[in-house]
Design a protein around this ligand. Structure first.
Ligand code: NAP
Length: 316
């Protein structure tokens, strides 16, 4: 029987959990083993993790009994929720509570909860600089995560609160890459003014989480914020121009304009960028690149991320 400490990883076929699963599985001397949670063990991504040595188990966060079973016998757990699968902050909070309850029942020794700021602590609902969304939120997909910290705290679960950053991969998979304007020139469009955007290659999140599990008890109860670089959108455009070998401009727009784009989640993201912009210093101060690099010596800045990924960015 394996003497390794078992880590249950939610979202193991996704960006954050996948990065952690691969980091552990590709380290032959790791003190940890992986239980990868997925709704579909027959998917190619799940099979690839099994081939690397993961135990793959089926569970949906909507089914608490399955989530409890997925935690049984685990030493650690990586907990992440899936806002963009349903766009419901209440469901996201229920997912977080479901994992916290299961971690408590299983006596898990170290949980990493992938969270974000509750923006209402800086922008209360009565503050009309940005619209209140869904009656109770400013940035629903942030606020629900920040609010859910309490499930882990109140249940006394030994937790490290991991504050993540804007994935640069959003330019590949989330439609936020450069678009060609009427003049034929590529431009990235963000409501960020001249403020820096704290970003990270999504694969680095899991590698940092691995560093947190390795550091162990000293990080329990702490909030650890990570980023690969705090970089303005003008600087991002300059780096992309170099990496793509073609001019990329930065098209700076207002948060109001972004909110009016009309795609699902545009208002949430418009408020998010406004929050990033107006609280850029607080946001960056909460995300320590030096600490992230200590946890994950392979941490990439934007240029090194582009060197690996620029070709994957769809250009239209
Ligand atoms: N994009 C960004 O810039 C950014 C930045 C910070 C934080 N985030 C947050 O990151 C979270 C998403 O994490 P990610 O990017 O790692 O995910 P992802 O790459 O989109 O992958 C989604 C993962 O969720 C799993 N999943 C979805 N619904 C599930 C359910 N009901 N039960 C169990 N598993 C479920 C999927 O597993 P199966 O399909 O295999 O079941 C898959 O592993 C979101 O809440 C988002 O707000 C995003």
């Amino acid at each position: 029987m394996s003497q390794k400490k078992l880590i249950t990883i939610f979202g193991a076929t996704g960006a954050q959990g996948g990065g952690l699963a691969r980091a552990i599985l590709s380290d032959k001397n790791s003190e940890f083993s992986v239980r990868a949670v997925t709704r579909d063990p027959s998917s190619d991504k799940a099979k690839a993790l099994a081939a690397m040595g993961a135990e793959v188990v089926e569970a949906d966060l909507a089914h608490p009994e399955k989530v409890k079973k997925a935690m049984e016998g685990a030493w650690g757990a990586f907990c992440v929720t899936f806002f963009w699968a349903h766009f419901s902050p209440e469901q996201e909070a229920a997912e977080a509570k479901c994992m916290a309850d299961a971690a408590k029942a299983a006596g898990v020794r170290h949980v990493i909860w992938s969270t974000l700021e509750d923006t209402r602590l800086h922008v209360p609902l009565h503050d009309d600089r940005m619209p209140t969304l869904m009656e109770k939120y400013k940035v629903p997909h942030f606020d629900a995560k920040g609010e859910s910290n309490r499930f882990f705290k109140e249940e006394g679960i030994p937790t490290t609160f991991l504050l993540t950053s804007f994935y640069w991969d959003n330019m590949i998979y989330f439609g936020l890459g450069p678009k060609r304007g009427a003049d034929g020139v590529l431009a990235i469009t963000f409501p960020m003014g001249d403020s820096p955007l704290s970003g990270i290659g999504s694969g680095d999140i899991g590698k940092c989480a691995y560093g947190i599990f390795k550091k162990g008890e000293s990080l329990i109860g702490k909030t650890i914020g990570i980023a690969g670089e705090h970089i303005t959108c003008a600087e991002m455009a300059k780096s992309m121009t170099k990496a793509l070998g073609e001019e990329v401009r930065y098209n700076s727009i207002s948060p109001e304009t972004f909110r009016s784009f009309g795609f699902p989640g545009a208002e949430d993201l418009g408020n998010m960028f406004q929050y990033y912009q107006e609280f850029a210093k607080e946001f960056a101060d909460a995300r320590d690149i030096k600490m992230a690099k200590e946890l994950n010596p392979e941490l990439q800045d934007f240029d090194s991320w582009l060197a690996d990924n620029a070709k994957k960015i769809p250009l239209s």
